[in-house]
Design a protein. Structure first.
Lengths: 237, 211
């Protein structure tokens, strides 16, 4: 039996390079629900971190620092406090890492720690959070990747807004410049969240080819984005 | 393949949950000397955020959200972790590393195993004893002859020449004192397994290889 699955369209409506998102996929297996954001690597890294591998935890920090920083910046007016709160969030997460059972996604778990840490910091400073409780609850129940665009923060500057725009444009232009097979592979992976197995079936090629195409696509994107980051943040280790 | 390129490829696999536990451990060991791989890891996820529309464009474009946290964030974080000597506790739910046991606890079936060894040893000894006995019965004349040939006839023992079937001649040794003793105690001498008087059988033997 042949199954037809329509791919989602990207949330970023105006971004170029997403014509592929409108294609229909013919699969020989019954379509499953859309997979969540890949989190298997998170659990693997947590396990290594719990066993004492600090580098594993640092990879989690590098992965989620921006999201946590954005969340904290929505709550804390003092931009100088954001770094401290984010750091305290990761410290607390590291201390409680053995309590993470993998039942929820790691970011969901980290998100709650960040909110509690920010609240405590605000209590300590006798300030009020920018976000109210209803906004927290809505965020808790919502998909963790969905942006809350109606909340304002006082931490953004014209420079950071420009930098964000440049990074977004760099990624999208790199996507446009990719060969068709690479673009299709990385789109199915990053936007649709398909597994390598599913992508191999969709693209009718071996898994090794899928793996290679995704890596080459990422390398091409990285080459465009890297100059925009390394000038600003320096070394990671 | 270039090591850094290989690491980046493994980082890409790790970002997709495609690395198994052992390969992930190897990669993590190599990352401390490979800043390039860490940057790639960061960019791969940043790109994913952009492609999914979860990117700080506009109001969310804070410094930390766009550029990442300050340049020395990881340095300070690492220092905090070391300073506080945070030792994560191994949870029961996570797979525990296999440790070599320092104490060999007795297995539940250890006594059974010990008795099996005893039984096996006893069987070997029984078979050996039986085999030895059978070997002795196979050629009794030769063995007895050797003993008799080497024996010194004690004083008072008579050597009587007798003829055996097949024209064989042999010397039969008899001790008169034993004859007297058996004659005096016939009842105590008992009978052989063939219900015959055992006296003669016990006090005479053949000398030499004819036995």
């Amino acid at each position: 039996m042949l199954y037809i699955r329509a791919l989602r369209t990207s949330r970023q409506k105006n971004s170029p390079g997403f014509e592929l998102a409108a294609v229909f996929v013919f699969m020989t297996q019954p379509p499953t629900t859309l997979p969540p954001a890949p989190a298997d690597s998170d659990l693997l890294l947590v396990q290594h971190a719990v066993e004492g591998n600090q580098r594993a935890f640092e990879l989690l920090v590098l992965k989620y620092q921006r999201r946590v920083a954005r969340l904290v910046a929505r709550m804390v007016r003092d931009s100088d406090l954001v770094d401290d709160v984010v750091q305290e969030t990761f410290i607390r997460a590291y201390r409680a890492l053995h309590q993470f059972r993998g039942e929820a996604q790691f970011y969901t778990w980290l998100y709650r720690i960040a909110v509690n840490t920010a609240k405590k910091a605000l209590v300590d400073l006798r300030r009020n959070p920018v976000m109210n409780e209803s906004a927290f609850r809505a965020r808790d129940d919502d998909d963790e990747t969905s942006p809350v665009s109606n909340e304002l923060s006082t931490d953004e500057t014209p420079e950071t807004v420009l930098a964000a725009k440049e990074i977004g444009e760099a990624v999208n232009s790199a996507m446009e410049a990719l060969p068709e097979d690479l673009r299709q592979a990385v789109t199915l992976r990053e936007i649709e969240g398909l597994s390598y197995d599913e992508i191999a079936e969709v693209m009718n090629c071996p898994i090794g080819t899928v793996r290679s195409r995704i890596f080459r696509a990422r390398e091409a994107i990285s080459a465009k984005v890297k100059p925009l980051l390394t000038n600003q943040t320096g070394k990671r280790w | 393949m270039d090591r850094t390129l290989e690491n980046r490829e493994l980082i890409s696999d790790l970002a997709d949950g495609w690395l198994d536990d052992a390969d992930a451990a190897k990669l993590l060991d190599q990352l401390s000397a490979d800043d390039d791989a860490a940057v790639s890891w960061e960019i791969y996820h940043l790109s994913r955020d952009v492609l999914r529309g979860d990117w700080s464009v506009g109001a969310d474009a804070t410094a930390g959200a766009v550029n990442g946290l300050s340049a020395d964030f990881m340095v300070r974080l690492r220092a905090r972790l070391a300073e506080e000597q945070i030792e994560p506790v191994l949870p029961e739910s996570l797979p525990q590393p296999v440790m070599a046991p320092t104490f060999q606890a007795e297995a539940a079936n250890q006594p059974l195993f010990r008795w099996r060894m005893v039984a096996g040893l006893a069987s070997v000894l029984a078979v050996a004893g039986l085999g030895w006995g059978l070997l002795g019965q196979q050629d009794p004349a030769r063995q007895g002859g050797q003993i008799a040939a080497n024996a010194v006839i004690p004083a008072g023992v008579q050597a009587v020449a007798v003829s055996l079937p097949g024209d064989e001649r042999a010397v039969m040794l008899r001790d008169p004192r034993l004859d007297e003793l058996l004659a005096a105690h016939k009842q105590a001498a008992g009978a052989s397994a063939l219900q015959m008087p055992a006296g003669f059988l016990r006090n005479a033997t053949f000398e030499g290889a004819s036995r």
